[in-house]
Each structure stands twice: as C-alpha cells, then as structure tokens.
Design a protein around this ligand. Structure first.
Ligand SMILES: [Zn+2]
Length: 275
C-alpha cells in the first residue's frame, strides 16, 4: 500500500495551493526518508498474501522475554478518572473533519497491541485511568491534536519533565520518532506543551493515580485532526501508524533491556541491605 500523499490531496483544493508549494519544498528530503521507511514497512501493511499463509512479511525483531508494554488510549473512558483527577473528566479530546481523536486513538492502540502481541509482547490496552503504580517496560499515551487553525500540522513526542529515568524515556522517544516521521511523511512539531511534559498519567507532583516512575513513558500526539494532510494519514493510514509504533517499541525494548535489568538488580540489591 503506498504511503498517503497529503500533498496530492491538498492539490485538489485551489485554496491550499500556496501551502502546497511550501509543503512540497519542506518535505522533499523527508519524502526520501519516507521511501526507505515505506520499503521496510510496506510488506507489513499490504494485504498481498492470504491470511491462511500469514507468515511474518518482514523479520520483526525478537522482543526480550517477558516484555510488557502499556498502550494508553487517550481520552478513552475519561469520565471514569479517579477523584484526584476529577477535574480532567470533561476532557473528551479533540476532533476535526468529523473525526474524534478518541476513536482514532483506540483503533491505533488496538492495532499496535495486536502486532506486539503477535510477536510475544504482553500488552495492556489502557483507558484514560491508569493503574496506580503501573509497571511495564514501556508506556505510550496515544493522542491526536486539534487546533483552531487548519494550517497547524505535525506530530509530537514528549516525556515527564521531572522523570527519574529521562535517558530511557528519551530513548523511547527516539525509537518512535525515528520511524514515525519518515514513514508517515508528517513533520515533527517541536512545540511541546506543559500539558505534555506534565501529563497526568505520570505527573508525580500533582496526582496519586499515576504509573510507576520506573516505567519508561512518553506521550505521543500522532498529528492534527484539524489539518487536512495530517488527517488523511490519521484516518487513512492507521495500519502504517500501528506498524511504526510497534516496530519502534520493539527496537526500544531490545535496546533498553540492559538498563531495565540493571534498574531491577539495583532495586533487589538495595532492598537486601536497607531495613
Ligand atoms: Zn488528546
């Protein structure tokens, strides 16, 4: 399946022509990168072989044994947030072009979970409410952005600003971003907000119901539903998005394993000597 081309979609609307020219210039190098990522990921998402012969189309990396990943579906069942996060219960998420982000977050989360589960990773598909002290090898909060301006585009990745394991969080950000931008053609939006670096699911200063501070965690905004080009990818390329997230997570899990093991060893060692 070819990569969605937001530029050609925009080209059908004359009012977007000036923007289209700028976009074409800016994305030309990115397009080249996208071709590489597409070549890697295309066999994953192209339904070229019958389900009966569902051998892996590419060689997925083998995850470490006992790997566990939490995928949080942004805004899903947000009305059920616990008391300490009560004030957030009305944040039902953004929308654009008739699409709600919570629906896209859920589909992408489910598809990513299916891909990871198929290669042996234990996956928890989590709603807005996270299990207190949730411990896993990686946690990704899946969201989409919305803006009052249709010209704003791009994806974002961020971690907790007060993280105890910033290097591991950043490695997870890099693993996801290295694939996502080139594969989707979406630009990296570096306008990280305080709401992202202080996201409630890991904000230890503000809330009780948060994941374990030992779980590498990021929040990802997949793109802007209010931007026509971004929305074309978010709505029409969910299998590709899921494949990039799954592959990025697998690469992170493999690379992070020594750090994870060392962290666990330290915990055991400490508990042995500290009363
Ligand atoms: Zn959101």
């Amino acid at each position: 399946m070819p990569i969605a081309d937001p530029v050609s979609r925009l080209a059908t609307h004359d009012s977007f022509m000036p923007f289209r020219v700028r976009l074409t210039q800016r994305l030309s190098r990115r397009r080249l990168l996208a071709l590489g990522a597409a070549a890697l990921l295309a066999p994953l998402i192209a339904p070229t072989r019958p389900a009966a012969h569902a051998a892996p189309a590419i060689d997925w990396p083998i995850p470490p044994p006992d790997a566990r990943v939490g995928l949080q579906v942004g805004h899903w069942q947000i009305e059920q947030l616990p008391e300490d996060q009560e004030r957030l219960r009305g944040q039902t998420g953004g929308s654009g072009g008739g699409y709600r982000e919570v629906d896209i977050n859920l589909t992408v989360g489910q598809r990513t979970a299916a891909l990871l589960t198929a290669v042996g990773v234990a996956v928890d598909l989590l709603p807005a409410t996270v299990p207190q002290g949730y411990l896993a090898d990686a946690f990704v909060a899946i969201h989409c952005d919305a803006s009052t301006s249709a010209g704003i585009s791009g994806y974002k990745l961020a971690r907790y600003r007060d993280s105890l394991i910033p290097a591991r969080d950043d490695a997870l950000i890099a693993a996801l971003g290295d694939l996502y931008g080139p594969a989707t053609g979406l630009r990296l939006d570096e306008g990280i907000t305080r709401a992202m670096t202080g996201y409630y699911a890991y904000n230890a200063r503000r809330y009780r119901t948060i994941i374990s501070r030992k779980t590498p965690a990021v929040i990802m905004e997949l793109g802007f539903l209010t931007h026509p080009g971004d929305r074309a990818v978010l709505v029409g390329q969910q299998e590709l998005i899921a494949a990039t997230l799954a592959l990025g997570l697998l690469r992170f899990l493999i690379a992070d394993r020594p750090a994870r093991d060392e962290a666990r060893w330290r915990t055991i060692d400490t508990s042995r000597f500290v009363p």
